[in-house]
Design a protein around this ligand. Structure first.
Ligand SMILES: *[C@@H]1O[C@H](CO)[C@@H](O)[C@H](O)[C@H]1NC(C)=O
Ligand SMILES: *[C@@H]1O[C@H](CO)[C@@H](O)[C@H](O)[C@H]1NC(C)=O
Ligand SMILES: *[C@@H]1O[C@H](CO)[C@@H](O)[C@H](O)[C@H]1NC(C)=O
Length: 268
């Protein structure tokens, strides 16, 4: 009997690991944190950006690359990268690494260096609706690709290139309710790895009214409701595994509906 029973132990352990990792993916990699925001469900439902699961490169170039944002589904399989981005995995591998944080306002000049574990355990809480963007520290960009190479080599970016540009990654993890208010830069992609991230977008010529030091949340509560239909931005919630494409110089503001792990590919 002992011979039959003994092999079951490692099998049981192995199954525990499997069940646990699938639970981690389902519950957001151990990152999910409820946000005591009132209208998350209402925000999540609004979507005026096209979702495409079958887009060819030719269609991308003809219909979106220089014209409008689009949400891409099913282009790449980043399940390995996603598993490496669980809270436990990142803390185990990179907890002691010093990361550079930026303030979450439109023009972020202030930078703060902190061990990654300290950021995750002490600063990654849901956004206080009363705080200012320039008082909120945010981990996005300024990544050390030497130290984090073992993670980034597992990321597959969207396979669509724009002539004359090179791709550069920016990786981030941000608290529920946080988000960078309106700003613009070159074209690129932003993929959500865990959590949900809502985007507001305006074409370059349509300059939104916003205070550069206030949060996206404040803009959503104070300014958005009074906008005439013609003044409303394009918007949508990007779910884990989806990729938003934003064209050159489009204004955008983001709002993390959960603790979000995300990676952008900027085409500079
Ligand atoms: C944040 O911005 C507000 C309003 O623009 C300003 O009064 C405040 O001094 C700024 N805070 C910091 C820490 O710079
Ligand atoms: C925003 O905050 C920064 C410092 O964080 C300050 O230098 C700047 O003047 C503020 N901008 C406005 C428009 O208040
Ligand atoms: C990245 O990390 C390496 C190894 O710790 C360090 O030598 C290098 O200076 C860092 N680069 C930047 C831009 O901080």
């Amino acid at each position: 009997m002992a011979l039959v029973v003994r092999p079951r132990v490692p099998l049981a352990l192995w199954m525990l690991v499997l069940v646990r990792s699938s639970l981690e993916a389902a519950d957001g990699g151990g990152w999910r944190q409820t946000w005591p925001g009132t209208d998350v469900a209402l925000v999540e439902e609004r979507c005026t950006v096209e979702r495409r699961s079958d887009l060819t490169y030719t269609e991308f170039i003809q219909h979106y690359a220089f014209l409008r944002p689009v949400i891409l589904q099913g282009l790449t399989d980043n399940s390995k990268f996603r598993s490496l981005c669980s809270r436990e995995s990142l803390l185990t591998t990179f907890g002691d690494n010093v990361v550079r944080l930026s303030t979450a306002n439109t023009y972020s000049y202030q930078k703060v260096d902190l061990p990654f574990q300290q950021y995750v355990e002490q600063l990654l809480y849901p956004q206080d609706p009363a705080s200012l963007g320039n008082d909120t520290l945010y981990f996005f960009g300024d990544n050390n690709f030497t130290e984090w190479a073992s993670l980034f080599r597992h990321y597959s970016p969207p396979p669509f290139h724009l002539l004359g540009t090179t791709a550069a990654y920016s990786f981030g993890i941000a608290g529920a309710g946080s988000g960078v208010p309106f700003h613009w830069h070159g074209p690129g992609f932003s993929e959500v790895i865990y959590g949900r991230k809502h985007w507001f977008l305006y074409p370059p010529e349509k300059i939104p009214k916003f205070h550069p030091n206030k949060t996206t949340l404040t803009w959503l509560r104070d300014t958005y409701p009074a906008l005439a239909p013609s003044e409303k931005p394009l918007e949508c919630t990007i779910e884990a595994g989806e990729v938003l494409y934003f064209p050159d110089r489009w204004w955008h503001a983001t709002l993390n509906l959960d603790t979000s792990v995300f990676i952008s590919t900027f085409l500079g």
